[in-house]
Design a protein around this ligand. Structure first.
Ligand SMILES: Nc1nc2c(ncn2[C@@H]2O[C@H](COP(=O)(O)OP(=O)(O)OP(=O)(O)O)[C@@H](O)[C@H]2O)c(=O)[nH]1
Ligand SMILES: [Mg+2]
Length: 241
């Protein structure tokens, strides 16, 4: 029979073991998070990723062409130096390159063209959906920023309008994808990552990672509308800590 003292000792030991194990797990998680340094610039072709990359890394305008391979540069402002990866938007290469870097992604910057957004809404929403429901991105709790670029243009849509357009389109996409999956194999539908809450229309607040949507402009159209990627710079500094 165990004495009262033995029982107390056993309780103390198991509490200590539990606390130490919890601390180790927290430390490993923190260490892993700190060791991830990549920030991926993603989005469809022509949205402005390479120009934003050049502005961030070299602070000036460059003439860009459709990228076929990634651009990589160090951004050493803030605590941890970040590795900025400009992932080409071309359909043939983007998923392969995204998969190559996603394990190291501390942050994702999704850049879209605010002028053509209405015309391209299906493609933009689908690419965004795939990233937001990617199990690696979800597991790593990557920081997520959507940049509504080309705000210098008169026909550019504002970020609030774009947010609503994206939410509506992702909502439709979710329905199509889940019914497609069910018709292929009903047993698999429950194991598939579903974005947001099933019983509600989709909005970004339902995503398990925080998604911010802001406006930006990577080009100096005139002195009235100078290039503005200030929020992105501030965000990068914040996530470097
Ligand atoms: N007006 C305007 N044009 C911009 C802006 N940002 C980028 N562009 C132009 O948009 C075009 C495409 O920019 P890129 O940076 O090459 O686009 P990308 O996203 O890298 O495209 P891919 O490499 O094909 O994936 C270029 O002509 C840029 O000068 C902006 O804020 N305003
Ligand atoms: Mg490019």
């Amino acid at each position: 029979m165990m004495s009262q003292n033995d029982k107390t000792l056993q309780l103390i030991i198991s509490t200590i073991v539990f606390l130490v194990a919890t601390c180790i797990l927290i430390w490993i998680r923190f260490f892993r998070q700190q060791s991830r340094r990549c920030v991926l610039l993603t989005g469809l072709s022509d949205s402005g990723k390479t120009l934003i990359f050049a502005r961030l890394l070299h602070s000036h305008f460059v003439h860009t062409h459709t990228s076929i391979k990634e651009n990589i540069g160090e951004y050493a402002i803030g605590k941890t130096p970040l590795k900025i990866v400009d992932v080409p938007g071309h359909e043939r290469v983007r998923s392969q390159l995204f998969d190559k870097y996603k394990n190291d992604a501390r942050g994702i910057v999704f850049i879209l063209d605010s002028v053509t957004i209405q015309k391209e809404i299906r493609d933009v929403a689908e690419y965004l959906y795939n990233i937001l429901s990617d199990s690696v991105i979800l597991r790593n709790h990557a920081h997520f920023l959507i940049l509504c670029n080309k705000q210098d243009q008169a026909l550019a849509k504002g970020c609030h309008v774009i947010k609503t357009l994206l939410e509506k389109e992702i909502n439709l996409l979710r329905k199509t994808k889940s019914s497609q999956l069910q018709s292929v194999d009903p047993s698999h539908s429950s194991t598939n990552v579903f974005l947001g809450k099933k019983e509600k229309d989709f909005d970004f607040s339902q995503s398990s990672i925080d998604v911010e949507i802001v406006e930006c402009c990577a080009i100096d159209e005139s002195n009235d509308k100078p290039a503005n990627i200030n929020y992105l710079c501030q965000w990068l500094t914040e996530i470097s800590y």
